[in-house]
Design a protein around this ligand. Sequence first.
Ligand SMILES: Cc1ncc(COP(=O)(O)O)c(C=O)c1O
Length: 336
Amino acid sequence: MELNWEELGFDFNPTGGQNLRTYFKDGQWQQPFYTTDEYIPVHIASACLNYGLQAFEGIKAFRGVDGKVRLFRPHAHAKRMAAGARKLCLPMVSEEFFVDACVDIVRKNVEFLPPYESRAALYVRPILFGTKPCLTVQAYREAGFCVFATPVGPYFKEGIHPINAIINRNQDRSAPLGTGDVKVGGNYASSMLSCQEAKDLGYKAVLYTESVEHRYIEECGAANFIAIKGNRYITPQSPSILPSITNDSLRQIARDKGFIVEQRPVDIAELPTFEECGACGTGAIITPLGNIFDPETGKTIHYCDETGPVLLDLYHSLQDIQYGRTEDKHGWCVEV
Ligand SMILES: Cc1ncc(COP(=O)(O)O)c(C=O)c1O
């Protein structure tokens, strides 16, 4: 299949490549198999279709400057999916199986891994889903686990150029004792309307607030919120935020550079005091926020027209590790 690496968006780009599947039945995971079929037969009454029993991950593999292929922190993604499986009461594959499956899928799709120069990557998507045909809402020990890979360009076409965001106080994506801290489909379903409304108003991202007081910042779209103030790297802490592996990595890099890392509740009122703000995640790595509009006050906080120096430096430092341009001193990459 002919792929134009430079034109790739952050989307499912079909390749005809192989994906992996296995099913949990009769108390154990069955022998995994590979297929090029992009469709999965699920029962019309399955728990995933009817009750949203689904968890997923998004991991990137990069072709390095040295020609080596690196998968970024698959063990951390395995642990996060296991946390989601616990909340959904679904059986989970072992961490070792998860990582081996992701490595195998990269190997089997290596021809679709974009070249080093392209800034693109191979996105690996493991999915866990409830397969039990049921009408009663209860936990069932039947599931499917699959992994597919697709080449992707940057999440935001602007790449590391600032985007604008709008604060949301009237549609919650998750609740403090809910599922916001795990990567399950329902969280994304509950964010659709606010995303669409923001888009209709001309905003690329939604800044979510917590669902109790709507005063503290939670996430920025499907990414964590980060801010820079002097020598401080600040990011919200809340039980309904997804623990981003990119954010965890950036916090470590920031500490390594001598920044003080603060992970704590972040009040909307603090926004004007920040020098740089951004969204971080596997897809975008870091996307700076140029403006944040608050519909309650009608005011826009302007941060930048071009990416600020600290976020730009953090972005390059993380990409340097992912593309093998610098030492991976925290042992984050798994060579494929
Ligand atoms: C809601 C949400 N928050 C944060 C993130 C960033 O997480 P990570 O850095 O592990 O990709 C993602 C994307 O995966 C997300 O969907």
